[in-house]
Design a binder for this molecule. Structure first.
Ligand SMILES: *[C@@H]1O[C@H](CO)[C@@H](O)[C@H](O)[C@H]1NC(C)=O
Ligand SMILES: *[C@@H]1O[C@H](CO)[C@@H](O)[C@H](O)[C@H]1NC(C)=O
Ligand SMILES: *[C@@H]1O[C@H](CO)[C@@H](O)[C@H](O)[C@H]1NC(C)=O
Length: 382
């Protein structure tokens, strides 16, 4: 009995000592430390151990700048680690490898500029990775290599300008990819390969002007594609046609659209595809051509292309006239020749000359009609 009491005493003391070291750090020590809250405690580096019961460790708003190799000792309990708003610029290889069952890691608002292969070692159970507001500039096939189970990846507001092919290739469970507020200028096909579970792809607020036609093809589960607020002036029909999903909402607002007839044709065809929903189509505005600046795409829809159709008609009419004229001339010459050789009566000749004049009159009227139609359209557009 005595022994038992003694043992109990030692255990309590030991545990209260480990508690007290955390309390000394400035953590909130109420409760059993299942949720260890050490936010805003001026902590300069990661503590060596985690209280044994901890499932959530909040170290946000501190001064931590390095995640050393194998930090926080071996731990099978901890599920959530919050490190946002520190000064972390270096994550050493295997920095999180001891946290076997970690599910959520928040590293947003830090200074991380590269993700090495070692960064993700041991994080096979991670579901959510927050990396918004860091200094990442490029992603490659090693950046997320060991994150097989990841479902949500937030890379908002970094400076990412390059995504190499297969950067996300290990993440077949990923459902949400947030890349808004970066510096992407083009989307090459292959960069999203293997993301067959991806539902939300947020690319808003970049500088994207080019999208290769096959780039969205692997995204067979995508329900939302946000391309608003980019630098797109035109887009190929094939780019969106290749999206083979049950239904996908696409956002395209705040782009400098060049509302020429090609673009209008693309949008007319896109709107007829049942599985695609252009939610903000009514908000798309033109940047070019200059005469259409600030017009809504839907408002210029027919006018411009009608003008174009008229141009085509005029050209066709001109060609027809030329051909007809040439035929008539040929006919006349032939008749003259015939008359010269056989000396026929003048009646039929007068007759054919009248038909000729009538025909030319008709043609002239037609030409005038098309011409005035075209110029009135032109005027209306100005
Ligand atoms: C952040 O880390 C850098 C070195 O990486 C250091 O120079 C700077 O003083 C740190 N800032 C704060 C607020 O701790
Ligand atoms: C991504 O990070 C930003 C900045 O921290 C945050 O505002 C946003 O809610 C996050 N989005 C998701 C889906 O986690
Ligand atoms: C269109 O723009 C207006 C004003 O900016 C906004 O309130 C509305 O939500 C937008 N509609 C869509 C579908 O995005």
């Amino acid at each position: 009995m005595k022994d038992f009491l003694f043992l109990l005493l030692v255990v309590t003391e030991a545990s209260s000592r480990s508690h007290s070291s955390w309390c000394d750090l400035g953590c909130d020590c109420r409760g059993d430390l299942r949720f260890t809250i050490c936010s805003r405690a001026l902590i300069p580096q990661l503590p060596a151990r985690v209280p044994p019961n901890t499932e959530l460790l909040d170290l946000s708003d501190n001064h931590i700048s390095v995640i050393p190799e194998r930090s926080l000792s071996k731990n099978r309990k901890i599920r959530v680690l919050l490190l946002q708003n520190n000064n972390i610029s270096v994550v050493e290889d295997g920095g999180f490898s001891q946290l076997e069952f970690l599910q959520k890691l928040d590293l947003s608002w830090n200074q991380i500029s590269t993700l090495t292969e070692g960064f993700s070692i041991g994080l096979a159970f991670l579901r959510e990775l927050q990396l918004a507001h860091n200094r990442l500039t490029s992603l490659d096939s090693r950046s997320f290599l060991h994150l097989d189970g990841l479902q949500r990846l937030n890379l908002t507001s970094n400076s990412i300008h390059t995504i190499q092919i297969r950067s996300f290739s290990s993440m077949s469970s990923l459902r949400q990819l947030h890349l808004e507020g970066n510096q992407l200028t083009s989307l090459r096909s292959g960069i999203f390969s293997m993301l067959r579970s991806l539902e939300v792809l947020n690319l808003g607020g970049n500088q994207i002007s080019e999208t290769e036609p096959g780039v969205f093809k692997p995204l067979v589960s995508m329900t939302l594609l946000n391309l608003a607020n980019n630098h797109m002036s035109t887009v190929q029909f094939k780019t969106f046609l290749s999206i083979h999903t049950y239904s996908t909402h696409i956002l395209l607002e705040d782009n400098p659209w060049n509302c020429d007839c090609d673009l209008q044709r693309v949008f007319r065809k896109l709107r007829s595809i049942q599985r695609l929903f252009l939610d903000d189509y009514y908000n798309l505005t033109c940047k070019e051509p200059a005469v259409l600046e600030d017009y809504r795409l839907m408002d210029v829809d027919t006018e411009l292309c009608l003008a174009e159709t008229v141009t085509v008609l005029i050209i066709t009419a001109t060609v027809v006239i030329t051909v007809l004229a040439a035929m008539l001339m040929g006919e006349r010459k032939r008749k003259k020749k015939k008359r010269g050789s056989t000396g026929r009566s003048r009646g039929s000749c007068r007759m054919s000359r009248t038909t000729e004049t009538q025909l030319l009159n008709h043609v002239a009227i037609l030409f005038y009609f098309f011409n005035s139609l075209f110029s009135s359209k032109e005027r209306r557009l100005k």
